[in-house]
Design a protein around this ligand. Structure first.
Ligand code: G3H
Ligand code: ZN
Length: 283
């Protein structure tokens, strides 16, 4: 199968009320873990790279890896730019065959976010690439996206409808109290706000910073219209914890004996999230 636009994957999720994982890759083993999990669970997936991951992996390698995975896989796969910050980066990804992009204008004033996002939608839709955008701003750290808690803002439900109307995006990332990275305390999600947003808009909603969100809150979010859930930190933690355990043995030096089991640990975590999101068996 070739890479497909995210829009196609999310249309089914939106209709049947489940969520698809927006799973970040940072190296080959992460890609293998996600694909193996998706195949085992027969789940559609959205593979994504941040701008930092592209710098680390290299654009050509990242795209070649995603394309090879999609060609071999029996499940639908979209390849998505996560938190794209500039029009130039969006165009670079489109030219390199990404099937979906996120333009993150969340730190901009409302009208400027609309202007930048509209420009991206015009370019992307001309070549069949899906667009996710963000309104409101999550706290925490995700590669280049660093937002102090005091600067985090929640999505305004009235602005959400206007934003979608004026930009024509395919999916909207909402800020309802989640944060990127490791949580300091328990997240306190604003479900009332999510419900209002969901009542105002028709397109799939996206939850970022989902790693530390309790399972019950994830389930409630899906009931209230979340159709894409981004996870990165939880996978990195599973991978690294296994590596630490193996490296306690000073005689281990073969990277395959370190990264292989770490990949398997990450795969288990991906399977757990796929089942929690209800996307198992939806391929
Ligand atoms: O865009 C990616 C995500 O929002 C991942 O957040 O690292 O907290 O799971 P996380
Ligand atoms: Zn994010």
């Amino acid at each position: 199968m070739a890479l497909i636009p995210m829009e196609e994957i999310l249309a089914d999720a939106n209709e049947k009320n489940y969520a698809v994982g927006g799973f970040n890759i940072n190296n080959l083993e992460a890609l293998q873990a996600i694909i193996e999990a998706a195949e085992a669970e027969q789940a559609p997936i959205i593979l994504q790279t941040s701008e930092g991951a592209i710098r680390y992996i290299n654009m050509e390698y990242a795209v070649a890896m995603a394309k090879a995975a999609a060609e071999k896989a029996s499940v639908p796969i979209a390849f998505h730019l996560d938190h794209g910050e500039s029009f130039a980066k969006i165009i670079e990804c489109i030219r390199n065959d990404y099937s979906s992009v996120m333009i993150d204008g969340s730190k901009l004033p409302f009208e400027e976010n609309i202007a930048l996002t509209s420009k991206v939608v015009e370019a992307a839709s001309a070549v069949g690439v899906s667009v996710e955008a963000e309104l409101g701003q999550l706290g925490g750290v995700e590669d280049d996206v660093v937002v102090e808690e005091k600067d985090a803002t929640l999505t305004n439900p009235d602005e959400a409808a206007e934003f979608i109307d004026k930009t024509g995006i395919d999916a909207l990332a909402v800020a309802i109290g989640t944060a990127h990275g490791v949580y300091k305390g328990d997240p306190d999600l604003d479900f009332e706000r999510l419900e209002k947003i969901n009542n105002e808009v028709d397109i799939p909603l996206v939850l970022h910073g989902a790693s530390g969100v309790p399972d019950a809150d994830i389930a409630r979010s899906i009931e209230l219209g979340i159709n894409k859930i981004n996870v990165n930190t939880a996978f990195q933690q599973a991978f690294t914890a296994k590596m630490r355990e193996i490296l306690e043995d000073p005689d281990v030096y073969d990277p395959r004996k370190i990264c292989g089991p770490a990949k398997d640990a990450m795969k288990e975590k991906v399977i757990e999230k796929i089942r929690l999101f209800g996307s198992d068996g939806k391929a």
